[in-house]
Every structure is written in structure tokens, then in C-alpha cells.
Ligand binder design. Structure first.
Ligand code: C5P
Length: 400
């Protein structure tokens, strides 16, 4: 995850520059903001127009560009970044960096830089293995710069092969993530399955039974858990929300489909069942639209109980996650009801909230929750659903 990380990408003159266009996209997909510097050499291979169309920002090319200096300035370019990435990095830019030359915008930015630097070399294999280049690489490593690649393979020059190919964009992304995301993430290595949103129980092809759940709280938990390093599967009922970043999202309609998707996502270390699952479904939904029959009598809807997903997961014999968390949305007797659910459903924790209309929880952005465990009750103040999610993830990390 690279949410809101600012990357300054310096593209120097190598044929691998075309891969940097893809790199920009891959970084943006992970939430990063990318700004680019293109050297003269780089612009022989790709155009500032193509780079700018992808970054959606000015492409910085000239050291003595009065307008760019006025807007940003070569010093601020690195100050406003979390990481500087040189991809592709030619033998020439590495030589300049190793010796502190600053005769164009890229080398000047790199000399004035106070942020970590990742270098992705790309050059002919003879240039890479040349003692001068190897001396420069050793110097740059001693100076604390990080490297990814180069890889071995065919060169752009016909018939030549060896080390010198730039790493693929996704390899560079992984190297960037390793540098930017803290290693001690509280849920690193944990698998979590989360349910969220309402379910829709069909009556006929055009009608269904639903509820007012927006899915916001469950989605916020999924995103916070992913940010905390967990591998998250979100099983979501119908919502208008976008898939949370870094989360595998599986969309379902009915309670039965939600249960099946949850079972598929097991085994997991933690289950958080935040969905507002419909308690009942229509026993036999019609495969044709039900019509008024002229009698003035409404059709009778026979309801049957849906499977209880939380209860099923809480009572699993071999695949029960170590920590099972449920929610209790109530309008009265909040704690007593939550305690009852903790027992009945085999959960380790119930996040209880009062969904009386005056609290505007269903669909709203805030939540006031009370955590009910076998050890007692913890009251939390009113917070945004995002903050509830972050604190809940912290709590879950402590317990798991
Ligand atoms: O029984 P009640 O619906 O109030 O319980 C709420 C908790 O149980 C929530 O965590 C909800 O996701 C879960 N639940 C479920 N499957 C159901 C009903 C509720 O997983 N059919």
C-alpha cells in the first residue's frame, strides 16, 4: 500500500524509459502520487506529454526553467517527496551521482535531495559490468542509496545478453513498498475475512428485501486492516462504495451467497462480521415478476430464516479463526443483547452500537461503539467510522 506516498520519479535516457510509463500507473493504482523529472536523454525515448498525461502534473525537464523554478524549484522537488526513484538509471546518471555532479535538473535534484533514493539501473551489460560502473554502484550503496535490479536477459542490442535490463515495473513497486511501508505493521502476515453491507433477498426478478446498511463501517475496517499489513478478503453485500484499497473484495447479493464466500475465504486468523445480514429470505422467490391478480389481495410472502454467518464461523470445529468479532446493532438493551450474542454466536468480541434513528449510524459517517468481550465492556466516544476502524484494528491486533 502506498496511500498518499509522494514519489519523485527521475526518468533518464534508456530504452527502458517506456517501462516507466507503466511504473507510474502501477504506483498510482496503489494510491501513490507521482511527480516526474525527465532528462534530455529520457525525452529522446518518451515524451514529456506522455509522462505528464499519466502523472497529471507538470513534467520537470529544465534546470533553468524560470516558470518551473517559480512554481516548485529544484530543491522543493525532493522536499515534497517521500522517495526519489531513478528509473531507468543510466550509467551516466549513476556516475554523476557518485561524483556529485549537478549539471542538469535531475542531477541537481539528486544532489540537493534529503530523501531515500531507489535506483533501477538499465544499460547494456558491458556498461553495467564495466569497472567504472561497478565502482560507482559500490560508492552509491556506501552512500546509502538503494538498488533494484538490473535483471539478466536479452539486451535491446541484437544478440547481446547479460545483466543490465531494468527490473519490471511491479518489481520496482515491491522495492518501493519495502522502503516506504514500516516493517512492524501490527497485522502483518494475518489473514482476515470481513463481511460488510446489507444483503438483498430476492422476492422476484425485480424486487428484494433489504436494509439500510451502507457498508461504510465494514469497508473502513477492511481498509484499516490492510493498512495494518493484513491480507484482507472483504465479502460485501450490495453497496455503492468502491473496493477498499489493497483488499480482495468479493461482491455478493444474498445471505446464502455471503456465507458461501466466507467459507471459501477460510482459513483465516481473524473474522470480523460487520454485515447487516437479512434474518429472513423469501422461501420460494419467483422467477417471474409477481403481478397483481385483480383480487385486491396482496401476495403472501413466506419467509424462512437465513443462515447465521457469525454463528456458523464462531462454532466451526477445525477452521474457526482464532479471533471472531461480531457486531450488534440495537435500538434497546444494547449491552444485554450484545452479551447474549457473544455467547450464542461463539464470538470473542461484539462491537455494539445503538442504531436508534436519532444517532444516524445507519448510512451516517460517525459511530459510538461499546466493545463487549468475555472480560467486560469498553465504552468508546463518538468517532468517525474511519477512526473507529483504525482503533478497532489496533485492538484486534493486541488480541490476536
Ligand atoms: O443477530 P444479529 O443480526 O443482531 O447479529 C448481528 C451480528 O451477527 C453481526 O455481526 C452480523 O454480521 C452477524 N450476522 C450474521 N448472519 C446473520 C445475522 C447476523 O453473520 N444471518
Amino acid at each position: 500500500m502506498l496511500s498518499d506516498k509522494r514519489i519523485l520519479l527521475i526518468i533518464t535516457g534508456g530504452i527502458a524509459a517506456y517501462k516507466s510509463l507503466d511504473l507510474i500507473r502501477r504506483l498510482q493504482e496503489r494510491g501513490a502520487k507521482v511527480r516526474a523529472v525527465l532528462t534530455n536523454g529520457g525525452s529522446q525515448f518518451i515524451t514529456p506529454l506522455a509522462v505528464g498525461a499519466l502523472t497529471g502534473d507538470t513534467v520537470f525537464t529544465e534546470l533553468f526553467d524560470r516558470e518551473a523554478e517559480h512554481d516548485v524549484g529544484h530543491i522543493r522537488l525532493s522536499r515534497e517527496a517521500d522517495l526519489v526513484v531513478v528509473a531507468p538509471a543510466t550509467a551516466n546518471i549513476m556516475a554523476k551521482m557518485a561524483h556529485g555532479l549537478a549539471d542538469d535538473l535531475a542531477s541537481c535534484v539528486l544532489l540537493a535531495n534529503d530523501k531515500p533514493v531507489l535506483v533501477a539501473p538499465a544499460m547494456n551489460s558491458k556498461m553495467w559490468s564495466h569497472p567504472a560502473t561497478q565502482r560507482n554502484v559500490a560508492q552509491l550503496k556506501a552512500d546509502g542509496l538503494h538498488f533494484v535490479g538490473p535483471n539478466a536477459g536479452e539486451m535491446a542490442e541484437k544478440g547481446e545478453a547479460g545483466y543490465g535490463r531494468m527490473s519490471e515495473p511491479l518489481e520496482i513497486v515491491v522495492a518501493i513498498e519495502d522502503l516506504l511501508s514500516p516493517k512492524d505493521l501490527p497485522l502483518k502476515g494475518k489473514r482476515i475475512v470481513i463481511t460488510a453491507g446489507p444483503t438483498h433477498e430476492p422476492i422476484d426478478p425485480v424486487r428484494y428485501i433489504a436494509n439500510r446498511s451502507s457498508g461504510k463501517q465494514g469497508y473502513a475496517i477492511a481498509e484499516a486492516a490492510a493498512e495494518a499489513g493484513a491480507q484482507v478478503t472483504l465479502v460485501s453485500g450490495p453497496t455503492i462504495l468502491a473496493d477498499p484499497k489493497g483488499v480482495e473484495t468479493i461482491r455478493v447479493e444474498s445471505a446464502n451467497a455471503m456465507l458461501a464466500a466466507v467459507e471459501c475465504a477460510l482459513p483465516a486468523d481473524i473474522a470480523i462480521m460487520a454485515a447487516a445480514v437479512a434474518d429472513w429470505r423469501v422461501a420460494h422467490d419467483s422467477n417471474q415478476k409477481i403481478k397483481k391478480d385483480g383480487s385486491g389481495l396482496p401476495p403472501a410472502l413466506n419467509l424462512v430464516e437465513n443462515p447465521d454467518i457469525l454463528k456458523t464461523v464462531g462454532h466451526l470445529q477445525d477452521k474457526r479463526p482464532k479471533l471472531v468479532v461480531g457486531f450488534a446493532a440495537e435500538t434497546n438493551d444494547l449491552i444485554a443483547n450484545a452479551r447474549g450474542k457473544l455467547e450464542r454466536k461463539g464470538a470473542d468480541m461484539i462491537v455494539a452500537n445503538d442504531v436508534s434513528p436519532e444517532n444516524n449510524v445507519m448510512g451516517g459517517d460517525n459511530n459510538t461503539v461499546r466493545l463487549v468481550t468475555h472480560g467486560g465492556v469498553e465504552d468508546w466516544p463518538k468517532m468517525g467510522k474511519d477512526e473507529v476502524a483504525r482503533q478497532l484494528v489496533q485492538k484486534i491486533a493486541e488480541l490476536s
